[in-house]
Design a protein around this ligand. Structure first.
Ligand code: NAD
Length: 434
């Protein structure tokens, strides 16, 4: 199959690279010339484990190309995927679908023959129908179908998720387009991964409902963690005991500083807006959004307590600022709320993160960046662990403690054991829900 992929962000780039690995001819398009220039020079622009190898292989085989010219990609394509951003619209919390609509219009202006336009971006229910209208208005003569194919990949494990998905959702109205989609995903059909065919609206809703549910699960355990702290229970044991119940499952039950990232915050807000628009308030999701904000604020107070009530002139070493490990993505990371509060309170903040600096430097002004955790911690009053990168999981605690001014730790990801931390020489240790 010949595929055009519009948008070379986390989703577009990974999808384009993986489709070319399936054996399809893929042309990835982005309107950002610097991205395309870097991709053509072999630089993968985002940090995603495993992506570089497959990309190099596909480019070498001639199956994967990058361009800023939509025409080069669309004219030959059997399917054009739209994988552009749908960020939260300023002011009202709605998903901004203007990039999707603009891409749809551009595709319509160029296309010649029958084409399947596939929306991979996360879009509010009803958007694919609007995409259809826009294409029809722009090119009444064009034969085309619109397909909703939401993406469920996790950053940091995106290749694995794309190649071995729990399911692929295809919202489609014609058998002809369903045929094109099944040709595209044939390698997954052959390996028995479930491909779920639905209508357009259900496909769109599945994506929002799934993300809102996962955000709810995280927030639920975070709230339970707060209660554990007051009652003497240990949230790790509680989560383990809950997760063994097959109806609940053990995933997304790790207490932490609140969810962040490019999807959960914006998708929960968008679902709440969709509910309000249809006079069916999404009360659980609305509460989750509110509680998640409170959790981040609670983290700030936890850190303040460890600083004896004031951040002023305290040297605080922050480990990890990306919203989770194995990504360089900083969008809506809890660090963006917590670190500025420390800086604003007069702390001298030092940061170490294996991949966060590129994006983080602009987003987190007035902090000092380090490459090495031990360097970062030297002479500090407090360590705050915000992201559970592997390199922070097995640090030499005694070495850390002896190099600090006062050996205190706020372990907001529960990666250390209280006894180990104290026997290494720390004088204070706070974690979540324990
Ligand atoms: P992103 O912001 O990283 O990338 C979007 C890219 O699209 C940018 O490079 C931008 O320059 C490009 N673009 C915008 N308009 C264009 C146009 N008209 N022509 C060509 N290029 C254009 O976004 P992302 O994180 O990849 O997310 C894309 C969509 O996928 C969003 O709707 C998001 O909600 C959804 N999604 C994201 C993830 C994730 O983990 N990031 C997972 C599942 C779904």
């Amino acid at each position: 199959m010949k595929i055009a992929m519009i948008g070379t962000g986390y989703v577009g780039l990974v999808s384009g690279v993986c489709f070319s690995d399936f054996g399809h001819d893929v042309v990835c398009v982005d309107k950002d010339p610097s991205k395309i220039e870097r991709l053509n020079a072999g630089d993968i622009v985002i940090y995603e484990p495993g992506l570089r190898d497959i990309m190099e292989r596909s480019v070498k085989s001639g199956r994967l190309k990058f361009t800023t010219e939509l025409k080069d990609a669309v004219l030959d394509a059997d399917a054009v995927f739209i994988a552009v951003g749908t960020p939260t619209r300023r002011g009202d919390g709605h998903a901004d679908v203007s990039y999707v609509m603009a891409a749809a219009k551009e595709i319509a202006q160029i296309a010649k023959d029958y084409l399947v336009v596939v929306t991979k971006s996360t879009v509010p229910v009803g958007t694919n129908r609007k995409v259809k209208e826009v294409i029809k208005e722009t090119r009444p003569d064009l034969e085309f179908d619109v397909v909703s194919n939401p993406e469920f990949m996790r950053e940091g494990a995106a290749i694995e998720d794309f190649m071995k998905p729990d399911r692929v959702v295809v919202g489609v109205e014609s058998d002809r387009a369903a045929g094109v989609m099944s040709d595209i995903y044939r390698p997954l059909y052959l390996r028995d991964f479930p491909i779920l065919r639905t209508d357009l609206e259900s496909a769109e809703m599945i994506k929002y409902a799934a993300n809102a549910f996962l955000a709810t699960k995280i927030t639920f355990i975070n709230e339970i963690a707060a209660l554990c702290e007051k009652t003497g229970a240990d949230v790790k044991k509680v989560a383990h005991g809950m997760g063994l119940d097959g109806r609940i499952g053990n995933k997304f039950l790790h207490a932490g500083p609140g969810y962040g990232g490019s999807c959960f915050p914006k998708d929960t807000k968008a679902l709440a807006r969709i509910g309000q628009e249809h006079a069916v308030p999404m009360q659980i999701t609305e509460t989750v959004i509110k509680v998640n904000e409170e959790i981040k604020r609670r983290m700030i107070e936890k850190i303040r307590d460890l600083c004896d009530g004031s951040f002023r002139n305290k040297k605080i070493a922050v480990m990890g600022v990306t919203f989770k490990p194995n990504t360089d993505d900083m969008r809506d990371a809890p660090s963006l709320t917590i670190v500025p509060a420390l800086v604003g309170g007069g702390a001298n903040v030092h940061v170490v993160d294996p991949q966060g600096r590129n994006e983080g430097e602009e987003l987190l002004p007035h902090v000092e960046w380090h490459l090495d955790a031990y360097e970062c911690v030297k002479d500090s009053d407090l360590i705050v662990i915000l992201t559970q990168w592997n390199e922070f999981r097995a640090l030499d605690l005694s070495r850390l403690a002896t190099s600090m001014k006062t050996a205190k730790m706020a372990d907001l990801r529960n990666i250390y054991n209280r006894d180990d931390v104290f026997s290494a020489g720390f004088v204070e240790y706070e974690s979540i829900g324990r």
